[in-house]
Design a protein around this ligand. Structure first.
Ligand code: NAD
Length: 327
């Protein structure tokens, strides 16, 4: 019998890639989102447009016992959206409502296992003040002190999924993603993340020019290529480990190093100008000890390989937009 999967947030960046992967594996896939994917035709067999904050709608799309359910829908964005404070109420209300609805509808359909994508943003701010030595071990989460309401909502929802495991015999799986990047992700408009923003700025900059980078550029992060994120997601859902577990890369770079990497890939002569801007924590890196131990797997691709593919894709997008404007 053909296996079935539900992907909530299928019109988004990671959800779009996940649908492709599940189709390759022969699943019948239903995707749900507020919108169609911006950059590609969906490969889902059934794509339902609707609002997962609406309980009736959620019950109508969870109309069978899917073999696999992935809940990725969230109100989110890059530093420019999460850290200004202006969107806090929406971020918390919208994402928490989605999770409450989806999880309960799955439980009522006697679906046992739901994958939930939490985020490294739930780690305490005080463990991420030293850019060279951030602590993101899974058990460092408490006492909790995320630096954004986005992180607090993730923490609440992680606990919600695990509470359904304890009280209702579910087997939900919780991952903490660390900065996922790759082609077919948001690259302009304010919700884009650092790898996409850098790629856009470099692609648009003229030879001999400069790009602006927020902060002093010494803040550190690691970035995970989307194919490896999807691989880790599927492995975790199908494993016997409930998590929460980091899905991220341990290759930590400063933001200026990331910018320089993109400049080098472009082969342009471009400088970096550090300017004030919304930042987030000083340092963050994935800690992969637990995933290695429990899944016998961890991401292994070098950052530059993923950045090379991503830069080429974003450059293509920038060129396309430019040509459209001219026409
Ligand atoms: P994305 O914004 O591209 O995708 C999320 C999708 O959810 C969007 O297409 C959006 O339209 C949809 N959505 C939002 N509200 C909805 C609603 N009310 N009803 C239906 N759909 C709704 O984000 P992404 O990068 O693909 O991230 C997927 C998940 O992974 C999110 O939960 C995010 O918090 C988590 N995550 C992502 C990263 C990352 O670096 N991309 C890092 C940590 C965690």
């Amino acid at each position: 019998m053909t296996k079935t999967a539900l992907v909530c947030g299928a019109g988004g960046f990671i959800g779009g890639h996940l649908v492709k992967r599940l189709k390759k594996e022969g699943f019948w896939v239903r995707g749900v989102d507020l919108k169609f994917h911006e950059y590609c035709e969906t490969e889902a067999d059934d794509f339902v447009i609707g609002d997962l904050r609406d309980q009736q709608f959620v019950r109508s799309v969870i109309d069978r016992r899917f073999d696999e359910v992935y809940q990725l829908a969230a109100d989110m964005g890059g530093a420019g959206y999460i850290f200004t404070g202006e969107n806090d109420a929406d971020i918390m209300h919208n994402s928490a409502t989605i999770n409450l609805n989806v999880l309960d509808a799955c439980h009522k359909r006697t679906i046992k296992r739901v994958f939930y994508s939490s985020s490294a943003c739930m780690y305490p701010e005080h463990n991420q003040l030293d850019p060279d030595n951030p602590n993101c071990a899974e058990d460092s989460a408490y006492p909790a002190n995320p630096d954004s309401e986005y992180g607090w909502e993730k923490l609440f929802s992680e606990r919600l999924y695990l509470a359904y495991n304890r009280n209702y015999g579910m087997q939900n799986r919780v991952a903490r993603y660390h900065n996922i990047f790759g082609p077919e992700g948001t690259w302009d408009g304010g919700k884009e993340k650092a790898p996409a923003a850098m790629s856009r700025k470099v692609a648009m900059a003229a030879d001999g020019g400069k790009i602006e980078v927020w902060g002093d550029g010494k803040q550190t992060r690691s970035f995970l290529y989307v194919d490896e994120c999807v691989e880790g997601t599927i492995r975790l859902l199908r494993s016997e480990f409930e998590g929460p577990v980091n899905i991220g890369s341990e290759e930590m770079v400063s933001i200026n190093q990331l910018a320089q990497m993109v400049i080098d890939l472009s082969e342009k002569d471009i400088g970096i100008e550090n300017i004030p801007g919304p930042l987030g924590v000083r340092g963050r890196n994935s800690d992969n000890r637990l995933i290695r131990d429990r899944l016998g797997w961890e991401p292994s691709q070098a950052l530059i390989d993923g950045m090379s593919v991503t830069y080429d894709w974003i450059k293509g997008q920038v060129d396309k937009k430019h040509n459209q404007k001219k026409a």
